[in-house]
Design a protein around this ligand. Structure first.
Ligand code: NOJ
Ligand code: CA
Length: 666
């Protein structure tokens, strides 16, 4: 329980006469990045420099509370504090085993010099590779809850810079193709991470960390042509209703000298809190799914003669998991109450009722005996009211059956919450996703959320959030995905955390969902698109019968990493990354290109010195092309050391994967 009076007295501690004007420069631990925070004539703002280069010009800060004047234009500083932190922490799973968290912090304790006398704190953190700040409303005598009408945060960036974005407030949520355009064209709101290439050659990505109990921050130009926060509203226009004390999510900007530099950034995770309970029960995994067969029309989600989620299919797929070395099976379309049409009937879905041909307890028993984890599925279609009324029961049902993984889905253009239509990324949407995540943790269940709220690093605090969708994934193949998409994701969406892209489709030339990809590229995704739950999305016969040689890579590749080494990339053109297996000695490299062929020389200097490795190289055959020859793959084995390079040619729409198994020393 927060002792509000004590918290208020702490906030007021040491107050002397307020400072009307103040200016403070906060630098990064390595001294190269500086944030200047200014309080002038009652207004608070900040600007950012990297050495001599301008990152952001003077940018306004503030909040607008309902029924009050702007909290940001009649301020005085009552106290300014500074501190430094340098620590290394261990992740439960992810792209890095250990992460360095080093920053300098400045907090300005502010009061209004008007009748309202609101108190608030702006806290800045400056890292070597970015900075962040947030607003904090401490307990205060005058009021205990507020309605936030607007957030006035500016990111005053050079308008001529290039940017890569997806539009906000759209029916398909985050599932859009990225558009490259100058910042001066961002007149409509876009989601973050918003990646921007400045004219001075620095690359930045504006995002937020630790999004709880607040509308998501989108960005757009205001009427003065300044890039400004646009917090997703509730259906009545209010951005958030909160009780004090309250802190907004962190507004953060990652900064690097190149696009590939952005992909090494960890400030989002650093800005989230460590877990408060033991999550050692969380286990990342690779899984098959009763899923793609529905997309290509072999089976159906709906009950009927070709129903996918039948007991018989589940048993067959569990046996296939065992043979293929996969530890999970997703089963979609097992439950009832929606009579075959999710979108129409989602409000009556029953999350504990199985279809007659699906003996869920029997399947769960068989899975357990076989050593395979069953992954439950909840398609809510955004009917949150219906889902929440069954949430605890349905999680308990799975937990009683020994099911420790769920893929919840929120297809549907809006959510229905408290009887109103709300955006998925509104405060009420955020609260729902959080409620589900915390309840899942209580039942030791891991989540793979589809149609989620975007990632803001909360998987540091709740590591049972193993992955999410939140971007256009492979379900959009069959016309709506171009090869460049996967070369943009690492520099945009993937900066916000793991993604379930549903990789591993080997049946590329099928008539319904023809892929814009070569076969080798499908393997690359397991390294280029990290995910705590990684799907082998095709039907098992394509792995076992059609291409067992290529499947070996999916079998071998881990889902949990010791260390990641981004190697090279250009946004929308190509991307190459190497990762080391967590707790192991083997390395895995993946690369993807856009619709153009691309040659790369892959360095191996991250391998252990004086060791030799067996390299298995899965690459596009010289005749491969995503349009007319996607299946042409060359698989070869060679011996390498950290002195070698591997030269690779990626076909148009192609890619490659390499596994580097350390040889036993003799
Ligand atoms: C949307 C999800 O993204 C997809 O993976 C799923 O199959 C459908 N919803 C149906 O649940
Ligand atoms: Ca989706």
């Amino acid at each position: 329980m927060v002792n509000l009076k004590q918290a208020f007295l702490n906030w007021m501690h040491g107050i002397k006469s307020p400072l009307a004007d103040a200016e403070k420069i906060l630098t990064s631990p390595d001294g190269t990045l500086s944030v200047k925070v200014s309080l002038r004539q009652g207004h608070i703002s900040y600007s950012v420099m990297k050495g001599e280069a301008t990152i952001l010009r003077d940018s306004k800060l503030g909040l607008k509370l309902k029924n009050f004047r702007e909290l940001g234009d009649h301020l005085a500083a009552v106290r300014i504090t500074e501190k430094s932190v340098a620590e290394t922490w261990e992740t439960v799973w992810g792209e890095e085993h250990f992460i360095v968290n080093a920053y300098n912090e400045l907090a300005l304790y502010l009061t209004e010099i008007t009748r309202d006398k609101h108190l608030f704190t702006v806290r800045f953190r400056v890292f070597n590779d970015g900075f962040a700040f947030r607003y904090e409303l401490p307990p205060q005598p005058a009021f205990s809850r507020v309605e936030i009408e607007d957030e006035l945060t500016e990111f005053n960036v050079d308008l001529n810079s290039d940017s890569w974005s997806i539009p906000a407030y759209q029916p398909d949520r985050y599932e859009y193709n990225y558009e490259k355009k100058p910042v001066y064209e961002l007149e409509k709101s876009v989601h973050t991470p918003l990646t921007i290439g400045l004219k001075n050659r620095y690359y930045i990505s504006i995002h937020e960390a630790a999004l709880y109990n607040y509308g998501e921050m989108t960005l757009k130009l205001d009427e003065w042509k300044t890039l400004k926060s646009d917090i997703t509203p509730l259906s009545d226009g209010i951005k958030a209703r909160v009780e004090l004390p309250f802190s907004t999510p962190w507004r953060m900007v990652m900064i690097a000298g190149s696009p590939i530099g952005l992909t090494k950034n960890h400030i989002m995770l650093n800005l989230n809190d460590p877990p408060t309970e033991d999550f050692s029960w969380v286990k990342p995994l690779k899984f098959l799914g009763i899923w793609w067969a529905m997309f290509v029309g072999e089976w159906t989600w709906a009950p009927g003669p070709r129903h996918g989620a039948s007991t018989q299919h589940a048993i067959e797929y569990i046996d296939a998991c065992r043979r293929l070395g996969l530890t999970g099976l997703l089963m979609e379309g097992w439950n009832g109450g929606w009579e075959g049409d999710w979108l129409q009937n989602g409000k009556t879905t029953d999350f504990t009722l199985a279809q007659p041909d699906c003996d869920l307890p029997g399947i769960a028993r068989y899975a357990r005996a076989t050593g395979v984890e069953l992954i439950g599925h909840h398609e809510t279609v955004g009917f949150v009211d219906n889902y929440e009324s069954q949430l605890e029961n349905s999680y308990k049902y799975y937990s009683d059956l020994g099911i420790h993984y769920i893929k919840p889905g929120y297809a549907g253009s809006m959510m229905v919450i408290q009887g109103k239509r709300e955006f998925h990324h509104s405060q009420l949407g955020v609260l729902h996703y959080q409620k589900a995540l915390e309840l899942a943790a209580k039942y030791h269940i891991c989540l793979d959320v589809h149609e989620p709220i975007k990632g803001t690093g909360i998987e540091r605090t709740f590591p049972n959030l193993l992955t999410r969708e939140g971007a256009r994934g492979q379900e959009y193949e069959g016309g709506a995905l171009s090869p460049s998409h996967a070369t943009i994701l690492p520099f945009t969406r993937l900066l916000s955390g793991p993604m379930d892209y549903t990789p591993g489709i080997f049946d590329i030339k099928n008539d319904v969902k023809r892929l814009s990809s070569t076969l080798a590229r499908q393997l690359a995704y397991y390294v280029t698109i990290p995910s705590g739950m990684q799907m082998a999305a095709d039907r098992p016969r394509f792995y076992e019968e059609v291409n067992p040689g290529a499947y070996k890579f999916i079998h071998d590749v881990p889902v949990n990493w010791e260390h990641s080494v981004p190697i090279m990339g250009a946004i929308g053109e190509y991307y190459v990354v190497a990762r080391q297996e967590r707790g192991g000695h083997d390395w895995f490299v993946g690369g993807v290109t856009n619709e153009n062929a691309h040659k790369v020389r892959v360095p191996l200097n991250y391998l252990e010195k004086d060791a030799t490795y067996t390299a298995e190289i899965y690459r596009d055959h010289e005749t491969a092309h995503f349009r007319d020859n996607p299946l042409a793959i060359s698989i070869e084995t060679t011996q390498v050391t950290n002195q070698n390079f591997i030269d690779i040619w990626m076909a148009p729409g192609g890619g490659f994967a390499i596994s580097l198994h350390k040889n036993e020393q003799v």
